[in-house]
Design a protein. Structure first.
Length: 227
């Protein structure tokens, strides 16, 4: 069983026991290209992209500074990217694989067989985004009582958006929370709000996930907003 399958097993078991519906939306894997690049190139065509594309760079979710990225590649037209890093210069062997959009409504996720092939080559997961969706606009008042909730403001127009961040969670392994209006983001024809937990995987040999902690936080969004 690969590590992704183990993570999915832990989530599924937790969902069944706790009447939850957590799912994986994104996977990140830090790896060394030295012995992996040739195998990855056999999967398909990797197209070089503009590393200054802010939309693409945001997929790193702040796991790397833009200044650390030397180049970026996309696997065909899938939501699968890897980023070359200069963190280990002058060797330049470090890279990060990002697979996102695994839980979507508006288009198909990356094919499972390709995701499995990548995992069989890289054999690791550095972090995952685990998400929960609400089919109504949730109240954020209880969240604000427990966390410093930052609303994202569009820098060009200074317009407040329906995206919020908790950057200091105070919870082990949970690096940040993101709460946003997925209906607007993906132009859906139904109400959908999402909370994502960015969870680091410090040791895949002793795999554990802070799912109970995530449940406690997501429960704070249980009430429907009156707005």
């Amino acid at each position: 069983m690969n590590i992704l399958a183990e993570i999915e097993k832990l989530i599924n078991e937790f969902n069944q026991t706790n009447d939850e519906d957590f799912e994986i939306d994104s996977i990140r894997i830090e790896f060394s290209k030295q012995h992996k690049k040739e195998q990855l190139e056999k999967i398909g065509v990797w197209r070089k992209i503009n590393k200054n594309d802010k939309k693409i760079m945001n997929k790193l979710k702040k796991r790397l500074d833009t200044s650390e990225i030397t180049s970026a590649y996309q696997l065909e037209d899938y939501n699968i990217y890897y980023y070359n890093s200069n963190k280990d210069k002058p060797k330049y062997r470090k890279a990060m694989m990002v697979i996102f959009g695994l839980k979507q409504y508006h288009k198909s996720p990356p094919p499972q067989h390709i995701v499995r092939m990548i995992l069989s080559i890289l054999k690791n997961v550095s972090s995952v985004d685990i998400c929960k969706d609400f089919l109504y606009k949730p109240s954020l008042q209880q969240i604000k009582q427990h966390f410093n909730l930052k609303r994202y403001v569009e820098p060009r127009t200074r317009t407040p958006t329906e995206t919020y961040y908790i950057n200091n969670t105070g919870l082990s392994m949970i690096e940040k929370f993101t709460i946003y209006n997925k209906q607007i983001k993906n132009n859906l024809n139904f109400t959908c709000w999402r909370i994502e937990a960015l969870i680091t995987i410090p040791n895949s040999k002793f795999l554990a996930l802070p799912l109970q902690e995530f449940k406690q936080v997501s429960n704070l969004m249980g009430a429907q907003s009156n707005d």
